[in-house]
Design a protein around this ligand. Sequence first.
Ligand SMILES: [Zn+2]
Length: 229
Amino acid sequence: MTEEQAVSRWENGETTPNTETLKLLSKLFDVSINTLLGSPRQLICQCCGMPLEDNNISREIDGIFNEEYCKWCYADGEYMYHNMDDLIDVCVNHMANEHFTPDQVRLYMKDMLPKLNYWKQYKNLAGADKFEEFKKQLMNEINDLHIDGMPKVEKLNALVGGYINLEYRLPNGKCVKFLDDAATYLGNQLECEFGGDRCFGIAANMEFILISTYEKDGENPELIVYKKR
Ligand SMILES: [Zn+2]
């Protein structure tokens, strides 16, 4: 069946569309199957529990919706969280407010996450070991840079780009950002060994390592290293 045939059958209400037709229509109109069906259920990201709408549903590399996950938990065909504690740390940072204390968020997530499909299946996946290997490798590469005043990196956390995407002024006066707000990176913040107000910030992924320094709340950021891996 062609896309045109699928659309015309849909519009004329001739058939209850089958899964294949729904997939075609979803691709053609760039809306999720759940939305096509009139949103019969509230989709929930099966990794982090976030309610899903068409603007935060993840996609496969070819652009087709993956209605199981949000775009932060599944990006570029990769699952971004391999450790529930990392995800809980990220959620505590983003969800805590005056009505919901960090401890309450932590308790809530600890109770909810194990009920989601991703974490239920995760025990059976081989991904966890491989990811830990990757993190170790990345930390070795970062520590091998021997950056003056930066302590040894012992831990990398999953961080959402939008929260750490500082703008750096280059020697030529241009201001640039290097991260994708919607992507997840591995990183950490470390206090300078020499004391003072400046911190080191690390953001890395499969492609690059970025290290910068900045003052409280990301003020006056300065790029130290941007290195392709
Ligand atoms: Zn998610």
